[in-house]
Design a binder for this molecule. Structure first.
Ligand SMILES: Nc1nc2c(ncn2[C@@H]2O[C@H](COP(=O)(O)OP(=O)(O)O[C@H]3O[C@H](CO)[C@@H](O)[C@H](O)[C@@H]3O)[C@@H](O)[C@H]2O)c(=O)[nH]1
Length: 459
């Protein structure tokens, strides 16, 4: 008799629990978006642009936000506020910045495996409450991937709860970045890959930075079936070439005050200015550049002196600063001066326009992403010498037309010796014209014709 009652009682208990959860959801659940459907082109378009990174160092998400705002859409730009965001974002009446608190720093004594879950829980808590309760529901959430954990899961849950459409902007893969430091067989790498494949499929719409990435996401293990559009990075309007020597002089004096004494030599060509920009992450091996510069500096006959400026902020900066100091102390960099800087965004753009050659060490952990810095450089009319050992390289750098590719320090040293010599000026000029040509295709054209149409902001 007791046994016969047990199952109906369990069922009743579950029904009551379910009802209770439903009532709680009705009372406390987040409100839903109930305006015109996403992409319909009617009514006000509202977009939450989400990146689990520093907004000031997330140029592509910044440009998405500016484009939505330019066409009259309302944007909530969500991310960390570590460096100053693009000035146009700060002053834009259609864009609201929503900073998320930076996660606590890992104490040296705590192992990564214990700290990581705590950090993720911290991020989940802040992101969930911001997206579910603090902000009004939006038509779209546009989320950058990577970082993938926990943003992809939170964004897809919020979209379900709030009747919002999820657009995933694939810049790269989180698991390949993790694999580059922990090795491809590490359990966290496997979990991260599985997570990205599962949640990646939940997007209603996908953007990718290359055609190669779009092709890859269609195949297993990602197997994404929903609509997908490659949207190449293009330079924003702030990047433009500078041709007048007097403008070049005043920019260099302003952005590199400590190197003022070298400016006349840069202007008369007796010293060459090369620039590299970076987030100082492990996927960029700066020892290639340092090795190339030591080879260049020790070349017989003495080559044209170089001022190398490396801009950007990031985790490996201190390590490389020590190496640069060691090489300088050991006298291995005669005629080469290396300086680092993190500049306000307009000054960063202006510096690129004043340089002779851009250097890119982006190695692409996935093989199918592209370096934004090269896009910046082309926008500023600056030709590049770029690491070329990955599949999508040719979607941006055209060998002999707007830049030169290298795979080793030896090859880079040869390119520097050739392009920075007086005899190499004709080739450099050809590459410069190619860079200007490539850079003249702007972000607005690409975005308006693709993303704007999907969101219902452009026709
Ligand atoms: N304000 C400022 N920004 C700087 C400076 N130096 C570098 N930056 C910013 O830092 C970016 C370079 O950072 P990386 O992290 O090295 O980017 P990336 O490899 O060139 O490309 C990234 O974005 C692509 C999508 O847009 C991704 O596909 C790629 O995987 C990567 O995440 C530049 O484009 C620029 O916005 C500086 O002095 N000042």
């Amino acid at each position: 008799m007791a046994g016969a009652l047990l199952y109906p009682l369990i069922l009743l208990g579950l029904c009551i629990l379910g009802l209770f959860a439903w009532i709680l959801y009705l009372i406390f659940g987040p409100s839903q978006y109930d305006g015109s459907p996403a992409g319909s082109g009617t009514g006000l378009v509202s977009v939450h642009v989400l990146v689990l990174g520093d907004i000031g160092r997330s140029p592509r998400m910044t440009y998405h936000a500016l484009s939505v705002a330019k066409h009259g859409g309302k944007v909530n730009l969500i991310g960390y506020l570590e460096t100053s965001p693009h000035p146009d974002v700060v002053n834009n009446p259609n864009i609201t910045l929503n900073p998320i608190p930076a996660p606590p720093r890992k104490p040296d004594s705590l192992p990564f495996l214990l700290f990581a879950p705590w950090k993720v829980l911290y991020q989940v808590y802040h992101l969930f409450f911001l997206l579910a309760y603090t902000l009004e529901p939006a038509q779209w959430i546009l989320v950058q991937n990577p970082p993938s954990i926990p943003t992809l899961a939170i964004a897809s849950l919020i979209c379900q709860l709030r009747n919002t459409k999820l657009m995933i902007d694939w810049h790269n893969y989180g698991w390949t970045i993790l694999a580059s430091t922990r090795g491809p067989r590490h359990p966290l790498v496997r979990i991260s890959k599985l997570y990205e494949c599962l949640f990646g499929r939940l997007g209603s719409f996908h953007l990718t930075v290359t055609h190669a990435m779009a092709r890859q996401l269609r195949r297993a293990p990602y197997s994404i079936k929903r609509e997908m559009l490659p949207v190449h990075d293009r330079p924003a309007a702030i990047f433009r070439p500078v041709s007048s020597p007097s403008a070049r002089e005043s920019i260099l004096q302003r952005v590199l005050p400590a190197e003022k004494g070298l400016v006349p030599r840069i202007l008369d060509g007796s010293m060459r200015l090369i620039v590299s920009s970076t987030s100082w992450t492990p996927d960029e091996d700066f020892s290639i550049l340092l090795d190339a510069l030591t080879r260049y500096a020790s070349a017989a006959g003495g080559l044209t002196p170089i001022l190398a400026v490396i801009t950007g902020k990031g985790p490996q900066k201190e390590m490389y600063l020590e190496r640069i100091a060691e090489l300088t102390r050991a006298g291995r960099l005669p005629n080469v001066r290396i300086v680092t800087a993190f500049l306000p965004f307009p000054d960063y753009a202006a510096l690129l326009a004043c340089a002779d050659l851009g250097i890119c060490l982006h190695m692409s952990s996935s093989g199918v992403d592209l370096p934004m810095k090269v896009v910046d450089m082309f926008g500023a009319g600056l030709p590049v010498a770029a690491y070329s050992g990955y599949e999508s390289f040719g979607e941006l750098v055209k060998e002999g037309s707007n830049g030169r590719g290298f795979k080793t320090a030896e090859e880079l040293a040869e390119i520097l010796a050739r392009l920075l010599s007086p005899e190499g000026q004709t080739e450099l000029e050809t590459l410069r014209r190619g860079a200007v040509r490539e850079g003249s295709r702007r972000w607005d054209e690409e975005w308006d014709a693709k993303v704007g149409v999907i969101m219902g902001l452009t026709t």
